[in-house]
Design a protein around this ligand. Structure first.
Ligand code: G3P
Ligand code: CA
Length: 280
């Protein structure tokens, strides 16, 4: 074969191989987050998943957060009438599905027939309300950690099954059970003292002693989080997780204050910002 033809053949082979490899690698989302350390600032917690870009508390929202590089997921848990923990924020399904009625009155089978994606965008039509086990299972290969928020105080039987399943799945040490309800956290701590728990507050933040009665982490609303308050909590050994923070200026202030993590609906922009800051 003449040298020129040989060069042309090799070039064609290289281009074809590159195209095939690129196709096998899939779209950019599947390729994972861009390189670059984010370790100089607190990690993001994906609030209800990457809920600014996908329907909250659904498997696509959590997949999006994980693909962006987030490794801590926040989710809201309620129980169906047949006792299955499902991931859904509101007491009723009206806002985030095409159905009506209270979650606590529906069986899992009934809930699963609802569309939990179309309200957000047609692109998510057919998305279902996930069980807690599905969400935890999806995070496994990423070694994710979880803030599992109990929206209700579980019954003794619901709690027994919940903790048993955490233990069975081997995720107990990667779950922090959170709640606005101190009774829910007390029940968890009584049933399994080694389980991490953290109180959530919406308005008036609590002093360190009151926080420590419910766990060594605390989730105050960002509106009530001053630098002085963070210093007091940190001084008492409390890890602070402010919620829900969408603005870059606030991310920077909280990072400087030394919070443990920042709960945000926008984990991908947070990580982009973190890479820029940490590259300086
Ligand atoms: O993690 C705290 C935050 O999720 C509590 O508020 O209403 O978004 O569940 P909410
Ligand atoms: Ca929540």
């Amino acid at each position: 074969m003449p040298a020129r033809r040989l060069v042309t053949c090799l070039a064609t082979l290289l281009v074809t191989t590159g195209v095939v490899l690129a196709l096998l690698a899939g779209p950019a989302l599947a390729a994972g987050p861009a390189a670059g350390s984010t370790a100089c600032v607190p990690p993001p917690v994906a609030h209800r998943g990457a809920s600014a870009g996908a329907p909250e508390n659904t498997r696509p929202a959590f997949a999006r957060a994980l693909a962006a590089g987030a490794r801590i997921l926040e989710m809201d848990v309620r129980f169906t009438a047949d006792g299955v923990p499902v991931v859904l924020h509101d007491a009723t399904v009206a806002r985030t599905t095409n159905g009506r009625g209270a979650v606590a009155t529906m069986s899992l089978a009934t809930l699963r027939r609802l569309d939990a994606g179309s309200w957000f965008s047609r692109a998510y039509r057919g998305t279902t309300v996930p069980t807690l086990w599905e969400v935890l299972g999806d995070g496994k290969r990423y070694h994710a950690s979880y803030l599992v928020e109990l929206k209700v105080v579980p019954t003794t039987e619901q709690l027994r099954r919940l903790l048993g399943r955490f233990n069975g799945l081997g995720v107990s040490d990667r779950v922090t059970v959170t709640s606005f309800h101190p009774e829910a956290l007390s029940a968890v701590r009584a049933a399994q003292p080694t389980m991490r728990t953290a109180l959530i507050d919406a308005s008036t933040p609590r002093p360190p002693d009151a926080v420590l009665a419910m766990g060594t982490s605390y989730l105050p609303n960002v509106g009530a989080v001053t630098s002085d308050a963070v210093a007091r909590w940190r001084g008492a050994g409390i890890s602070v997780y402010p919620w829900t923070v969408g603005r870059q200026a606030t991310w920077a202030r909280l990072a400087a204050d030394g919070v443990a993590a920042v709960i945000t609906n926008r984990p991908a922009p947070y990580l982009d910002w973190a890479r820029r800051v940490c590259a300086r």
